[in-house]
Ligand binder design. Structure first.
Ligand code: GTP
Ligand code: MG
Length: 386
């Protein structure tokens, strides 16, 4: 399990607040010899609440700080004073977070729509003060009840990006370049592999204002379906996509063969999930501005039997054709085909920016592969998770 604890899958402990105890107190006043019971009720313990936020892209802050504890209710006091209610702990999580009970493995919640709230640990009820127990036969009850217990459970959170289409490709194929050419998303683009480590979602907007949301998923390599290169974690982000866009570096800049790339990618997706592999696909051959790409085209078609859409993110060639095809493949009426929850309308969600995990991508990738937990010093405080 540990090998999967990437930033989009974390285990957390949630604990609600326990209820405050009810008070036992007798009224005492000058000239009142016996004032009767006046012990107030304890306050309710706080809940732990997960809330879907479009401003949060990863589960990183929960990875650093997995303890989600709400506040206890305060005990009641004399003079019929109620104890203060414990504060709820509201934790913002990305849209598309699935919450499982870590012990039973059962799905507890699928937090999809922005603003959606789920109580994952309910605060204990406040205890009753002795003021409640006064009766005709007992004018001076000492009876009072303790606050209800806190609820504690271990939960596993998995982020599955929500988008109409997912970009599938080897590292450096140009997935992020493609997304930034077509949307206002600003993923980082660089000539080294695994530049993108967190999925980034951008919205492609059409002349008639139709919108298609596209997820730029980290690069997939051979063996990904068996977990190589965090493959599972990355492939998971394709699960909710209606369509897959295979992005191939037709120029073979990294000294791989484009046709082999395509075959490996299809094989990995198929091995991960046969159902996923059957979804509508588009094959995009990128970097056609480079002469090697032109030279590779015939062989690509011959080896794969696929005629790809030829594009260049550098010159913009072929982008309109791709955009049109994308819309055909992602039929809006079948959007969000694979969500557990009801299809949400996320079309108004802003595009994500390239801000992702701090520090250098390669370094991070290496760190996670070695499964060393980064020091908590850069941990962003809860409440402004980004
Ligand atoms: N010549 C040329 N270079 C391109 C084109 N598209 C992308 N590149 C370059 O290819 C490199 C990788 O591009 P990215 O968009 O970062 O690739 P990626 O698939 O997102 O890579 P990862 O995030 O590492 O998986 C960058 O140096 C880009 O400038 C293209 O159409 N032509
Ligand atoms: Mg990228």
């Amino acid at each position: 399990m540990k090998s999967k604890s990437f930033i989009d899958q974390v285990e957390v402990i949630v604990r609600s607040g326990r209820g405050g105890d009810g008070a036992m107190s007798m009224r005492r006043e000058a000239l009142v010899a016996f004032g009767g019971p006046d012990g107030g009720d304890g306050g309710r313990g706080g809940d732990v609440v997960f809330r879907a936020s479009q401003h949060v892209n990863s589960l990183l802050s929960l990875y650093y700080d997995p303890k989600c504890f709400a506040q206890d209710g305060a005990p009641g006091q004399g003079q019929k004073m109620f104890g203060k209610r414990g504060r709820d702990l509201v934790v913002d999580v990305p849209c598309g977070t699935e919450v499982f009970d870590a012990d039973s493995g059962l799905l507890v919640a699928d937090i999809v729509e922005p603003g959606q709230k789920v109580v994952v640990a309910k605060g204990g009820a406040g205890g009753y003060g002795n003021v409640h127990f006064k009766s005709a036969v007992n004018q001076a009850p000492t009876e009072h009840t303790p606050g209800g217990p806190a609820e504690e459970r271990r939960l596993r959170l998995e982020l599955k990006t929500i988008a109409d289409a997912g970009l599938v490709g080897f590292p450096n194929a140009g997935k992020s370049s493609l997304l930034s050419s077509l949307s206002s998303a600003t993923p980082k683009i660089a000539s080294y592999p695994f530049t993108t480590l967190n999925p980034i979602v951008g919205t492609v907007v059409y002349d008639d204002f139709a919108k298609v949301r596209v997820a730029d998923v980290p690069g997939i390599i051979e063996g990904a379906s068996k977990g190589v290169g965090l493959g599972h974690a990355f492939l998971r982000h394709l699960e909710r996509a209606r369509a897959l866009v295979y992005v191939i570096d037709l120029a073979g800049v990294d000294a791989r063969e484009p046709w082999t790339d395509y075959q490996v990618l299809r094989r990995e997706v198929d091995a991960y999930s046969a159902e996923l592999a059957e979804r509508p696909t588009i094959v995009v051959a990128n970097k056609v501005d480079l002469p090697e790409a032109r030279a590779n085209l015939d062989r690509f078609v011959a080896e794969t039997g696929v005629t790809p859409i030829l594009v260049s993110c550098t010159t913009g060639d072929g982008l309109d054709e791709f955009k049109a095809r994308l819309r055909e493949v992602v039929r809006p009426e079948t959007r969000f085909h694979h969500t557990h929850a009801q299809a949400p309308d996320l079309s108004e969600m802003p595009d994500t920016t390239g801000e992702e995990v701090p520090a250098e991508a390669i370094e991070r990738f290496a760190t996670f592969l070695k499964l060393e937990k980064p020091k908590a010093k850069s941990h962003p405080s809860r409440g402004n998770i980004h």
